[in-house]
Design a protein around this ligand. Structure first.
Ligand code: ADP
Length: 403
């Protein structure tokens, strides 16, 4: 099957066509700055052919129409006709407690995604724009929603209830949901395959470290703990998001600086993390450059980032009663040996021993980077959320055909 995978954000639309018989990505692209003064479209085909253009794109509907034209373009496209698209898979950030797996999109699913917009205002409304636009453009093609939260629906109550009055869970469904689920699912499954382990007897800590970061504890194929929470602010320190800290601090700052709720949200989501501490950048490469050039706060931000990862790995090792493996993935996890080394430093007593030569030679490829005698295996695995989405689409469509 040829599956169009869509990831629709507030002003962007990422797309890929995946041939599920081979798992290969045939073409991928990004429409950026939708609705802003000049949008940018970048597309790359499997053979390296690149197409890039600046154009006015006023809405997600216009963006989808543009994408559909580009993928059948004689010079830069990959399909002969749009009719070759068998199905569409949509990344949807929040599926609440209702969706513990992917689902064929119908009116009820759209209504539920709409309802969860209240708890995911920065994501679900834009995911819905992509869904509506794709359904309009491809009305007879089945469309499937794949939720970022679904993989974490196996968290036990002790992990997802917050230590605040229980009534708020009952009234507003305030609880830990977790995100990056497709990525944690993919790398946990892949690590089990690489190590030739039985999924029913395998514990792994998965570290998804990108602009947004999260760490999960996965036992026997199920997520049992994860660092992101009700929102995408919790857990480890991130590029511009704070991660966990004393919650009273934000109330104190709001009082002192007379901040509105929106301003406080902006402080926690756009001005904190690596950027907030360093004052330099949210980008790990720039943080490291500044640190090498003697910027003390950039060095502090780098060290804090690794320290929070180390604390989560320690905590989740306890939760799993000893993991078999630790995986690093996403932009920083896949490409930064220094972060991997510092985050795992001093953990030899726990059976975690990194092979420095292997670690320093691993950039964006699958590799075991622990020493041969390390009890806990450490792996780098490039994530592939689009492949998970495409494979889920095939599974869901087959299930529905058999019903
Ligand atoms: P997201 O998908 O959450 O936007 P990514 O997974 O693309 O983010 O990760 C972006 C992060 O990865 C940035 O902080 C960037 O600096 C970092 N990154 C990318 N390549 C490297 C590299 N070679 N060394 C260190 N960090 C890198």
């Amino acid at each position: 099957m040829k599956v169009l995978v869509l990831n629709s954000g507030s002003s962007s639309l990422k797309y890929q066509i995946i041939d599920t018989s081979s798992g290969e990505s045939l073409i991928r692209g990004l429409v950026d700055r939708i609705g802003l003064n000049l949008s940018i479209i970048k597309q790359k085909r499997y053979d390296g052919n690149v197409y890039e253009v600046e154009k006015e794109i006023i809405s997600h509907s216009v963006a989808i129409e543009m994408v559909l034209k580009l993928i059948v373009d004689k010079q830069h496209g990959v399909l002969m006709s749009i009719g070759e698209i068998d199905a569409v898979g949509h990344r949807v950030v929040h599926g609440g407690e209702k969706f513990s797996r992917s689902v064929l999109i119908d009116d009820n699913v759209i209504k539920a995604i709409e309802e969860y917009s209240e708890i995911a205002p920065l994501h679900n409304p834009y995911n819905l724009r992509g869904i509506n636009a794709a359904m309009k453009a491809l009305p007879s093609v089945p469309q499937v929603a794949v939720f970022d939260t679904a993989f974490h629906q196996t968290l036990p109550e002790i992990a997802y209830i917050f230590p605040i009055p229980y009534i708020f869970y009952e009234k507003y469904k305030i609880r830990r949901y977790g995100f990056h689920g497709t990525s944690h699912y993919y790398v946990s499954k892949r690590s089990c395959e690489i190590l030739s382990r039985n999924i029913n007897d395998f514990s792994v800590i998965t570290c998804h470290l990108g602009n947004g970061s999260s760490i999960s504890a996965v036992k026997n194929g199920k997520s049992i703990e994860t660092s992101l929470g009700f929102s995408t602010i919790a857990g480890v320190m991130m590029g511009t998001r704070s991660g966990d800290f004393d919650p009273y601090v934000i109330l104190k700052i709001m009082e002192k600086e007379e901040l509105t709720i929106d301003q406080a949200v902006s402080l926690l989501t756009k001005h904190s993390g690596l950027l907030g501490v360093s004052g330099v950048s949210s980008d790990m490469r720039e943080i490291k450059n500044a640190s090498k050039n003697g910027n003390r706060r950039a060095e502090l931000a780098f060290k804090m980032f690794c320290y929070t990862i180390k604390k989560f790995i320690g905590a989740y090792s306890a939760v799993l009663e000893g993991p078999d493996a630790i995986v690093f993935t996403a932009g920083i996890g896949e490409n930064d040996p220094d972060v991997r080394e510092l985050s795992l430093s001093g953990m030899e007593y726990m059976g975690i021993k990194i092979d420095k030569v292997k670690n320093n030679s691993c950039f964006g490829k699958e590799m075991v980077i622990s020493t041969d005698d390390s009890k806990v295996k450490v792996l780098v695995i490039p994530t592939n959320e689009e492949l998970v989405i495409a494979e889920d689409v095939v599974k869901i469509i087959k299930e529905n055909e058999n019903e």
